[in-house]
Design a binder for this molecule. Structure first.
Ligand code: SAM
Length: 291
């Protein structure tokens, strides 16, 4: 396998100029130009030759080269057609990589894992397009893609939101959803000068280690997530009012107030004060009632 050639500003500029590449803002294109960051991502993802890695948005193939050297097989899904001939060039000689020219949100990843990795858990590693971070991550979890871990570069604020607990301003539906499926760990903060072009926001690498079994027992996952969404949709309202006013739920005022009381919480409690365990308990109690 060839040593990676990309990952520094000179070689990145040379590739971009050779193909007259024009950055597309709408695709969230900020390419990595720092080998230390690339090494750190690969190390923290703990990739071995037994791993099948899905990369989302390979760009010009910078991280893909590193992934190809570390993993058994790599599938890289890239939406921008203009990058496909570039990837053919930069990934020439990396025989364990397949490039898929698709919108990742339209790819059946569970099916891809089944086909390419016999349904065994895959690892997802990416410098994500920030404009679709949440749908990508929630899609992977909710569609039950067999996964060991997700190691991704995201906007710093989003990484913070994924790992905080109750009582902080960043705590919300994303924190609870991520922490239901995985154990989050922030690997590194990454400043804008590690990318070309420089993003306007700070970035962080976060590793989400998929639980084999969720940390709480939930009778009806869909109901719990409807309750969570309803609680945070109206942040300034009490939990009881948030649940009563939600078009997604149809429990009566009494049913909601009784369930909250059983949690040992006062009537004025807000959703942002509840832990994942408490949302699970609330949802389990309400799941016994026919809506
Ligand atoms: N991995 C490269 C790197 O680190 O240098 C590029 C990362 S860049 C932040 C995000 C990449 O995702 C871009 O190449 C962009 O074209 C691609 N992308 C954006 N939206 C996508 C989508 N819906 N499906 C697949 N790829 C997408």
């Amino acid at each position: 396998m060839k040593e990676p050639t990309l990952g520094n500003p000179q070689n990145t500029i040379a590739v971009l100029q050779k193909y007259n590449f024009v950055f597309q803002k709408k695709f969230g294109q900020n390419f990595l130009i720092d080998t230390h960051v690339l090494d750190k991502i690969i190390r923290s993802a703990e990739i071995t030759k037994d791993d099948f890695v899905l990369e989302i948005g390979p760009g010009i193939g910078t991280m893909t080269q590193y992934l190809a050297c570390a993993a058994g097989k790599v599938a890289a899904v890239e939406i921008d057609r203009a990058l496909i001939p570039i990837l053919a060039d930069t990934l020439d000689g990396y025989d364990n990589v397949q490039v898929i020219n698709e919108d990742v949100l339209k790819v059946d990843i569970a099916e891809l894992a089944k086909r390419e990795n016999d349904g065994k858990p895959i690892k997802v590693v990416a410098n994500l397009p920030y404009y679709i971070t949440t749908p990508i991550i929630m899609g992977l979890f909710e569609n039950h893609v067999p996964m060991k871990s997700i190691t991704v570069m995201v906007q710093k604020e989003v990484a913070d939101r994924m790992q905080v607990g109750p009582g902080t301003k960043d705590y919300g539906a994303l924190s609870l959803a991520v922490q239901y499926y995985a154990k989050p760990y922030i690997v590194a903060n990454v400043p804008p000068n590690c990318f070309m072009p420089r993003p306007k926001v700070g970035s962080a690498v976060i590793r989400l280690e998929r639980y084999e079994k969720p940390p709480v027992q939930v009778e009806d996952e869909r109901l719990m997530f409807r309750i969570i969404r309803a609680s945070f949709n109206q942040r300034r309202k009490t939990l009881a009012n948030g649940l009563k006013n939600s078009p997604e739920l149809s429990f009566t005022k009494e049913q909601i107030e009784t369930a909250i009381e059983h949690l040992g919480k006062g009537a004025s409690v807000r959703g942002e004060a509840l832990t994942l365990e408490e949302f699970a308990a609330l949802s389990n109690e309400l799941s016994l009632i026919k809506e």
